[in-house]
Every structure is written in C-alpha cells, then in structure tokens.
Design a protein around this ligand. Structure first.
Ligand code: GLY
Length: 363
C-alpha cells in the first residue's frame, strides 16, 4: 500500500506527523536517526503485543543500530491504573533512563494512554512515539495527545495532554487482532461517520467481510479519513474547549457504562450503547429523525455492537456515574447529539430524567 503522511499542526508547540502504511517502520527508523528525538527508547507494551510484535520491533530497531529496552505490563483496561504507571516508572529508573531518552508506545489504547502518561511524568516529560496496534488506537487514541489512567473516580479522569513526536500506523498489525477488538474500532469509526462523514457509514455497510478479515486495502480506506477528521478537530481545539468535544458522542454515557461494569463492557460496546441512548433522546426531542436512528442501529447490529444496557445495570448508579464525567461544567451536563448523519452538536438541555427514561428503553 502507498504510504500516507498526515501532518498535525499545533499552535503553541511542535507539530508532528502521522504515518500510515505497512512500511511505516522504515520511516520510523529514518525519523529516529534524522530527528534524534532521544538517545535510546523504552518500548512500552502489554503482555500480548510483546509476544506478537514487541520482540520483533525491538529486533528491527537493534538491526538499525537503535538501542531499546522492552517493558511490558499485563494486558487489559483493568491494568490502566496508577500501579502500572508506578511499576513502569520504576523500570525506567532501574534501566537508568535519562531526560534525553524516550518511549515507544506499542499497543492498543491502554498501552498508548499509559505509555504517554508515563512519558509526560518521567523526569517531567520525555519524548514518546505512538505505534498503535489496534483499530481503536489507530483511528482515535494514538492521535491528539490524551494520556491517562482509570481510577475509582472514573475513566480517564486523571491524565495529561501530552503529544507524541510522531505516530506510525501499520494496518497489517490488525490481521492478528481478535474480532472483539476490531469491533471496538468499528464503533469509533461509526462515530466518525455519524458526527462528520456519512460516506464512512456507506463504506462500512458495503464492506463488512473484508473489514472483519482486516484486509489492508479495506481498513486503510477507513483509517486515513478517520485520522484526518481527528487531526482537524485536535488542530482547532487541542484542549477540548469546543470542537473536540464532538468526539465524545456516546462517550459520556459510554464511560459510565464501562466504569459501572468494572471494565467488563469494552469501550466500543459501551459507546455503541451510549450513542444509541443519546439517539433515543434526540429522536424523542425531534432533533434526529427516526429513520437516521434506525440506520445507525442497523449498522451497530451488522458490526455486532450492542444498543442495550447489560441486564444487571442500575439506572440510578449510571446517572450518578455520568455526573462525575469530565465533560460536566458548572453542573451542566454537555452531551453530544447527532442531528443527522454527518452532523452533530453540543446540548446542555438533556436532563437526568431524559437519560433515565431513555435508559429504560435500552434496558
Ligand atoms: N477520544 C476522544 C479524544 O481524543 O478527544
């Protein structure tokens, strides 16, 4: 496949590029050597990606004369916490990492968020590079500099905005990704389609087989447009004061679902339920047509994504969890509502009663 390079321009700091292509590790080596971001790198990954790609990437970099150490932690959202961060920081000290050393985040969203957070903390900040290996991380979390951990207070409520030096996306990594994980990514892609680019939805409707087979030709057609949408949003609004909030469509309720399920409901599933609940509210207020809500529901079904809450869920607990979400300002909950396919806006007029009523319909 042809290599795509997407620049992310930043107003107050250094810009960076997102490289998409199966030969992107070649570009990584050239960039490491010419840009001299760091003397050596800690490849931070999880137990699963370590076996699949961690050792391979380390070997490729060694062959190119780039010194690395490999640090891994147990796979899963449950490990996206302070304990993991502390353990990695300890490893960096034991390896005698200095300010002029760097980090390579190799993995999915959890790895990227943890490694980026560690990079922002270690010696008050060292450079890092993102190499996402899941669809969700490729189209969303590796771009835009959000890093952090989950705590008892909620998902991603503690963290930093800390941008990578570059992002390298190798679509063929998706060929080893379990279907469940692919679905997480499809959920985010459906989100992009609804809030910004309906042609993505048409592509998803027509190419289910090749997308679930992670055929590079098909996945690449989705990755680059999604990255471009996200790039535009973070360029305009890096700190999420305006336009970037639209990326949270379905996420305010979704994060509360993840937390309430103790992270047994995956992110992609939680946000498909979140988007569906918000759509029910939007239809009831005549902000969205029933037809559009039905089209979205059908697409979630096609991609095996739920629209109903888990049976054990308490609506009261869910509404309380939503209150802790970071999108809440001056006691006013801001929700993203889609008004038609390709168009979304913010709303502060959705009440707890609206949510409870809609949740009942999704129970
Ligand atoms: N995942 C939403 C954002 O990066 O803003």
């Amino acid at each position: 496949m042809k290599r795509t390079i997407i620049p992310v321009k930043r107003k107050t700091a250094q810009s960076y590029t997102i490289v998409i292509g199966d030969d992107c590790l070649k570009k990584l080596i050239v960039d490491i050597k010419t840009k001299k971001w760091a003397n050596r790198y800690a490849i931070i990954t999880d137990s699963k990606v370590k076996k699949l790609y961690g050792e391979k990437v380390q070997k490729i970099l060694k062959k190119a004369g780039i010194e690395t150490v490999l640090i891994s932690f147990i796979q899963g959202e449950k490990h996206k916490n302070f304990k993991t961060v502390q353990t990695i920081l300890d490893s960096l000290f034991k390896e005698e990492f200095h300010r002029d050393d760097g980090i390579i985040a190799l993995g999915g969203g959890v790895v990227g968020d943890i490694a980026g957070f560690v990079a922002s903390l270690y010696m008050r900040g060292i450079p890092y590079i993102q190499i996402p290996t899941t669809l969700l991380a490729m189209v969303d979390s590796s771009v835009g500099g959000k890093t952090g951990v989950d705590t008892k207070w909620g998902k991603n409520l503690i963290g930093s905005f800390y941008n990578p030096k570059a992002v390298y996306i190798k679509p063929s990594y998706l060929q080893t990704l379990p279907k469940k994980q692919l679905r997480n990514g499809f959920s985010e892609i459906i989100k992009y389609g609804i809030i910004a680019r309906p042609s993505l939805l048409t592509f998803l409707q027509k190419n289910k087989e090749s997308l679930f087979a992670a055929k590079t030709k098909a996945t690449s057609k989705l990755i680059a447009p999604c990255v471009r949408i996200k790039r535009t949003m973070v360029q305009v609004d890096e700190r999420e004061n305006g336009m970037r909030k639209l990326l949270n469509y379905g996420h305010t309720i979704g994060h509360a679902i993840e937390k309430q399920s103790h992270y047994t409901v995956q992110h992609g599933q939680a946000i498909s339920i979140g988007m569906s609940i918000i759509n029910t509210i939007a239809v009831s207020k005549k902000w969205m047509s029933k037809k559009n809500a039905e089209t979205i529901k059908k697409l979630f079904k096609t991609y095996g994504l739920p629209t109903k809450l888990p049976t054990s869920f308490s609506n009261v607990a869910l509404v309380n969890s939503i209150k802790m979400d970071k999108k809440i300002k001056h006691n006013k909950k801001t929700f993203v509502v889609a008004t038609k396919l390709g168009k979304a806006r913010l709303s502060t007029s959705i009440t707890n009663q609206d949510i409870t009523k809609a949740c009942r319909k999704h129970a």
